[in-house]
Design a binder for this molecule. Sequence first.
Ligand SMILES: Nc1ncnc2c1ncn2[C@@H]1O[C@H](COP(=O)(O)OP(=O)(O)OP(=O)(O)O)[C@@H](O)[C@H]1O
Ligand SMILES: O=P(O)(O)OC[C@H]1O[C@H](OP(=O)(O)OP(=O)(O)O)[C@H](O)[C@@H]1O
Length: 219
Amino acid sequence: MIGGRYSLVVALPKGRNFNDGYGALQQAGLRLPAFGAERALLHGQPGEVALLELRNHDVPTYVDLGIADLGIVGKDVLLESGRDVYEPVDLRTGVCRLSLIRLPGENGPLRRIATKYPNFTARVLRQRGIVADVVELAGNVELAAITGLTDAIVDLVSTGATLRANGLVEVEVWARSSTRLIVNRQSLKLKRERLRPLIARLRQQADAQAPGQTGGAVT
Ligand SMILES: Nc1ncnc2c1ncn2[C@@H]1O[C@H](COP(=O)(O)OP(=O)(O)OP(=O)(O)O)[C@@H](O)[C@H]1O
Ligand SMILES: O=P(O)(O)OC[C@H]1O[C@H](OP(=O)(O)OP(=O)(O)O)[C@H](O)[C@@H]1O
């Protein structure tokens, strides 16, 4: 366990959320380690803040199991993970939705659905009493609908450009997503004096950025 060696351990996802997340934490006063293009995945000096570079879907795991004290990740990933983490701030970036998507004119019963979000999809289907196979894919899920691998997909939509480019339509929004700060429940108690002001500042920053906007789940 690395917790004892650093004052705070932060989990950030590689990819489109990294820069926003890093910037928001820094603006809120957290002294994050600087790093370059090296291939190391754990950054920081002992006694200071450590930064872990993770895949998106691994961020809730590291925070729930207490390796990281806090992390930044999309609500879509939280809805899929089922991890029990404290979710105190909606950073209001990375706004998108998790939607049911089909070929235009395809309105037969849902029998097989491809997605990167199999737990979330199975849960919504169960809630609606729909019996359909869920096929887990690793990416480029649109191809499943285009090729006929499945008769629908559940995937992220933001501007809709990807759907238009692939001749697909958004049939129904199943959840709304934006980027969240997540905190390990025990860390919140043990490192309260460190974490409470950080949470408060991140909330202020998010409010200043997009007042009144929320990104809760629809389902
Ligand atoms: N088009 C988009 N517009 C806004 N936010 C998005 C968009 N696509 C994804 N996101 C948000 O950004 C997060 C990261 O997306 P990204 O494409 O970097 O992840 P990925 O490559 O699927 O994940 P992994 O780390 O598993 O490879 C998503 O979980 C979602 O919350
Ligand atoms: O509605 P849009 O604005 O087109 O955004 C939606 C697309 O954005 C994301 O992909 P991304 O661009 O991150 O590529 P990736 O899936 O390869 O990571 C997501 O998986 C959708 O495919």
